[in-house]
Design a protein around this ligand. Structure first.
Ligand SMILES: Cc1cc2nc3c(=O)[nH]c(=O)nc-3n(C[C@H](O)[C@H](O)[C@H](O)COP(=O)(O)OP(=O)(O)OC[C@H]3O[C@@H](n4cnc5c(N)ncnc54)[C@H](O)[C@@H]3O)c2cc1C
Length: 413
């Protein structure tokens, strides 16, 4: 008997036995029954978008390809505005923005991250800090998704301590020269624009040593964005490593409203709520898949759902999910009245990202071997949750922010 030399590359096939991905709209505590019509209309657009995408993202995730046309489609459907207040942008309430985040995450984490990067980070940065001229040129294309936007803060050596970033912006006779590297930048190699956070190096100037934001067109000489490969989370969106080597910019490339690192934090505080909603979307999908599977899968002559231990675990997941929904609804209410403190967003992110991890882990177990098949959804959500658990501030960083708030003592260093 010999080993078949072709065995390494045999084509194989997908064998599907269950149809688990249907939306169930779980809302045990009636948290979302009284959504105002205008917000529900935005939510419905997000649902229609995910229905339109169907199962396509499983293939993109598998192949690690980034379907930018789907990102553009979200722009066409006005899904990027993320509760940003600006006269030139269609108004979306914090509740509607949260529901969009939840719905797209329930469907696919890569598209939800694209939404967060394009709307939550890039568009918000421009809307908050851009000059009228910068906004005239770029606001609509970003909102409509015809240009992809990136937000470049993190560096290879500065993640949680991005406050210590080392990218420099030196004033030249006619503008700026940027030098440094960035890591993990969504849309950073998409051919669009990047908002680069850099430290001004101009001895004697008022802003010397301050962190400011620069609008960079990615085809500018000196900018090199390379897609990071080998990711096993959010495989359907590209993050880039960016190298800037004497990247020359005109003097009006700086966003005039950005003065210090606190401005970058202001963007991140806003998007932190989005991650709490996103975690809820992932957990909803995992719970609904597990519940459906438990009612359909027969073992020992009965559906799994008829066993006490399985019911206990479904109850545990529902408990987590309901708490996540309550956090999110309250977050939106606080945000709408202008009463949301950054650390309250931290608590929601802390709770929901941790809870989503637990729910996904139980769901994966309940599906047995079928839990590791891409077509059953759970494994992709479980892997994608790992990224949202880390970005917009890790669990430990949120705990440090909360700890400082409740004790008055900083334990960061
Ligand atoms: C998929 C993905 C997309 C991203 N997209 C973007 C983007 O578009 N733009 C952008 O600018 N950035 C982006 N990021 C970067 C992201 O914000 C960082 O990954 C995050 O801030 C954490 O930084 P780090 O990965 O360097 O981890 P580190 O900071 O090195 O942390 C490693 C571990 O140490 C812990 N730790 C760190 N400091 C402390 C401390 N003081 N006390 C206790 N524990 C500590 C952390 O909690 C973590 O568990 C993205 C990241 C990922 C994974």
């Amino acid at each position: 008997m010999t080993i078949d030399a072709d065995a390494r590359t045999l084509p194989g096939e997908r064998v599907s036995h269950y149809d688990l991905l249907g939306r169930r709209d779980t809302d045990y505590y009636a948290v979302f029954t009284d959504i105002p019509d205008a917000d529900r209309a935005v939510w419905d657009r997000a649902k229609a978008f995910t229905d339109e995408v169907g199962t396509r993202m499983q293939g993109e995730w598998d192949a690690a390809t980034y379907p930018v046309e789907l990102v553009q489609r979200m722009g066409e459907l006005e899904l990027f505005t993320d509760g940003i207040e600006h006269p030139e942008l269609p108004h979306t309430s914090p509740l509607a923005a949260g529901l969009v985040n939840m719905e797209v995450s329930r469907h696919d984490g890569s598209l939800a991250t694209a939404l967060a990067v394009q709307g939550g980070l890039a568009l918000r940065t421009l809307a908050l800090f851009g000059s009228p001229e910068q906004q005239r040129r770029w606001l609509k294309p970003l909102a409509e998704g015809t240009v992809l936007g990136a937000f470049a803060l993190t560096e290879p050596d500065h993640g949680s301590d991005s406050v210590s970033l080392e990218t420099t912006a030196v004033r030249t006779t006619d503008g700026w020269s940027l030098n440094g590297t960035k890591k993990w930048i969504g849309n950073g190699a998409s051919g669009g624009i990047t908002f680069v956070w850099a430290r001004v190096d101009d001895d004697g100037a008022d802003d010397h040593g301050k962190v400011r934001c620069f609008l960079v067109e990615q085809d500018t000489p000196g900018y090199a964005g390379t897609v990071i490969t080998g990711k096993v989370s959010l495989r359907g969106i590209h993050q880039a490593h960016i190298a800037m080597d004497d990247l020359r910019l005109a003097s009006d490339a700086v966003l005039p409203g950005s003065h210090t690192f606190k401005d970058a934090s202001r963007v991140l505080y806003a998007t932190r709520s989005g991650v709490a909603w996103s975690a809820l979307g992932h957990a909803t999908a995992c719970y609904e898949i597990a519940r459906t599977y438990a009612t359909e899968r027969m073992q020992f002559g009965r559906p799994l759902a008829a066993f006490q231990m399985v019911q206990e675990r479904l109850a545990q997941m529902l408990d987590e999910l309901t708490a996540m929904q309550l956090y999110c609804r309250r977050l939106a209410d606080l945000e709408a009245t202008g009463g949301l403190r950054p650390t309250q967003a931290s608590l929601a992110k802390y709770h929901n990202a941790r809870a989503a991890r637990r729910v996904a882990s139980i769901a994966r177990d309940l599906l047995g071997g079928n839990g590791i098949l891409l077509e059953n959804g759970v494994m992709q959500h479980l892997a994608d949750i790992e990224a949202i658990h880390t970005y917009e501030g890790t669990e430990s960083v949120q705990a440090l922010l909360l700890g400082r708030d409740i004790t008055g003592m900083s334990a960061f260093v």
